[in-house]
Design a protein around this ligand. Structure first.
Ligand code: FAD
Ligand code: UQ1
Length: 436
């Protein structure tokens, strides 16, 4: 009780911020502890504040900055600035919610505790895990050091996204190469969106005839949903983009501008491509704070129920977003839909009732195909299209580009992060009324 009073007093006299850092608070127990302050963590902390009061909620997040990652596709192509993608974590943290500015090292669901990198133990009654996924540039020989050389970039990290734009602007002639790794990735369309944008840029600047554009993907398909893959194959044919399937980037010799790919169907067979521009999508894997621990599945992802998002073995633990093993494509759009379901699951669990709403796997990938067109892919667990608008979304559309570039950022900062946007499901039903 005493510590709660101290905490309240401290908050009331703090002039610099509404949020306190971990070093000044003695409170080490929360009714709702959220791990990770990215898309899923902030959205759920806003929802949990509404459900149980800000004083009962804490978020563990080490980063000073919060990034709207989906816009990095456009930053890499020079259509948005990197600065526009970030805001301070303090500014997105719901007011009154405790921000523990540390890194989670270990989660102990048997004792309902979490240990952070500064050795602090925090206990909880309920836990939401939203730790995102881990990028593994280091699994490609020659990286990350290779990024110190020009002509190579990656839209997947704030450190390297502007390097993509530099490489594109400085392109003179030769191969422009784009990779897709041999792991699950977040936003499975992003590795090829930057190829379409680069093609458009080179056409606009009169350099396209000097370029050979190559998309080397580990996957056996161009895109996992047939309806959109069919449209994308048409586009790559029309624009003379070379797609090579089952090719995995294993080494970058940045000093010589060489990329080495292995043929996944013929182990040991490698191809060396000299590049004038290289865009790397890194291998990705589970959060290291989850992998190998009691909350992980056999691969390392958070083991949650695909309908309710409740942990399969620990009923007071829940998961959202990229860190989970939900069998859908990891996106912020999926996080939005999941946040509404998880809110319901938790509210039912608190009342000792059975969760009733089911997540259908909704995810969405605005496939940017030029500086003014998008194919808006939306689909479910069964890889079946689940489109919001009563028009054929497999067609390239200008309207959808404006949605991606101009509307989505607002929906993210003011809707999703405030716990007010639970995905387009209800609007889809309205928009399709009378159409079927
Ligand atoms: P994140 O938002 O990544 O948050 C994870 C948080 O956990 C981070 O803040 C991190 O600092 C924190 N964290 C990590 N480890 C620890 C630890 N040990 N302790 C404490 N905190 C920790 N989605 C779309 O819907 N549409 C798109 O068009 C789209 N395009 C994309 C393009 C690119 C280039 C990229 C990179 C992503 C794109 N996404 C897109 C995907 C989207 O950004 C992610 O799926 C979404 O942010 C996932 O939310 P999350 O909360 O699971 O993870
Ligand atoms: C979405 O909800 C979302 O999260 C805010 C995205 O992330 C940026 C998206 O890219 C998309 C497409 C959606 C889905 C929203 C609509 C209106 C179709």
């Amino acid at each position: 009780m005493c510590s709660v009073l101290f905490h309240t007093l401290f908050l009331s006299i703090s002039v610099s911020s509404l949020h306190t850092s971990s070093s000044v608070s003695a409170k080490q127990h929360y009714k709702m502890l959220v791990l990770g302050g990215g898309s899923g963590g902030i959205a759920m902390s806003a929802r949990m504040k509404r459900m149980m009061g800000a004083e009962n909620v804490a978020v563990v997040e080490p980063s000073e900055m919060h990034y709207y990652q989906p816009i990095w596709t456009l930053v890499g192509a020079g259509a948005k600035t990197a600065a526009s993608s970030g805001r301070s974590t303090a500014s997105v943290m719901p007011s009154g919610v405790k921000w523990v500015k540390s890194k989670v090292e270990e989660i102990n669901p048997d004792t309902n505790t979490v240990r952070t990198d500064d050795g602090t133990e925090i206990s909880y009654e309920y836990l939401i895990v939203a730790l995102g996924l881990q990028l593994h540039y280091e699994r490609i020989k020659g990286l990350p050091d290779g990024f110190e050389h020009p002509k190579i970039g990656s839209n997947y990290s704030i450190q390297t996204v502007e390097k993509t734009w530099n490489a594109l602007q400085n392109f003179k002639g030769g191969n422009a190469v784009f990779s897709f790794p041999n792991t699950p990735v977040k936003c499975a369309g992003a590795p090829q969106k930057i190829m379409y944008l680069s093609d458009s840029y080179l056409r606009k600047t009169g350099k396209r005839s000097k370029a050979k554009i190559i998309y080397n993907t580990s996957l056996p398909v161009l895109f996992g949903v047939k309806k959109y893959a069919d449209s994308l194959w048409e586009i790559v044919k029309q624009r003379d983009l070379q797609v090579n399937l089952r090719q995995n980037l294993i080494e970058v010799r940045a000093d010589k501008q060489e990329a080495v790919f292995e043929n996944l169907d013929k182990p040991g067979e490698t191809t060396v491509i000299e590049y004038e521009m290289l865009h790397v999508t890194p291998p990705m894997g589970p959060s290291l704070a989850i992998k190998g621990g009691p909350l992980a599945d056999e691969v390392g992802w958070l083991d949650v129920d695909r309908d309710t998002l409740q942990h399969k073995r620990y009923p007071n633990v829940f998961g959202i977003g990229d860190c989970t093993n939900l069998p859908t494509v990891r996106t912020a759009a999926a996080v939005a839909a999941q946040s509404a379901i998880l809110n319901r699951t938790i509210s039912k669990t608190l009342k000792k009732e059975k969760p009733d709403k089911k997540y259908d796997g909704y995810t969405s990938c605005p496939l940017v195909t030029s500086y003014n067109t998008v194919i808006l892919a939306e689909f479910d667990y069964n890889l079946q299209p689940l489109e919001t608008f009563p028009i054929n979304q497999a067609k390239e559309r200008r309207l959808m580009y404006h949605m991606k570039a101009d509307l989505m950022p607002h929906l993210y900062w003011h809707g999703l992060l405030r716990g007010l946007w639970g995905g387009p499901g209800p609007y889809r039903k309205l928009l399709h009324l009378g159409m079927k």
